[in-house]
Design a protein around this ligand. Structure first.
Ligand code: ZN
Length: 151
């Protein structure tokens, strides 16, 4: 990874870890799930409000490392206004990006700030931190009251 993108990666993650966006609970949620990453000790819960099949609001609560918190924060920012199909598609793209399974440049395009997580694939132990909120999101979208663990 080049120095520029490494700095951007750190800046964005530090910012979202310090002031997470949408860190709260939606009291009357249409979908919710909790996730746990035993490898690092990250916990996250995701609550979603739907308007038809559009994600009108999404929030998270949790405690964990900087990467898991920043990832959850950026995820909630990216999802508002997306349809359920678009949200699932974004999960697939993000997953491909951080696991390095897909072509980086192609995947990073159009992903905005989420693209900073492409650097995570260089740190295999951190991949689960970065994807925890997303796996939890997927469980929430697929079935209410889902529980996921990265193990
Ligand atoms: Zn972690």
């Amino acid at each position: 990874m080049m120095n520029d993108s490494m700095e951007l990666y750190q800046d964005v993650i530090l910012d979202h870890n310090k002031s997470p966006r949408n860190q709260r609970r939606i009291e009357v949620a249409d979908r919710k799930a909790v996730g746990y990453n035993p490898l690092c000790g990250d916990h996250v819960s995701v609550t979603i409000k739907l308007d038809g099949d559009v994600v009108s609001d999404v929030a998270f609560e949790g405690s964990g490392c900087a990467i898991s918190t920043a990832s959850a924060s950026l995820m909630t920012e990216s999802l508002k206004g997306k349809t359920l199909e678009e949200a699932k598609h974004l999960f697939e793209r993000f997953h491909g990006l951080v696991t390095g399974e897909t072509e980086q440049l192609e995947e990073a395009e159009g992903m905005g700030k989420l693209a900073v997580f492409s650097g995570v694939c260089n740190y295999p132990a951190r991949v689960k931190c970065a994807t925890l909120a997303w796996h939890t999101l997927k469980a929430a979208l697929e079935n209410d009251d889902g529980k996921v663990t990265t193990e």
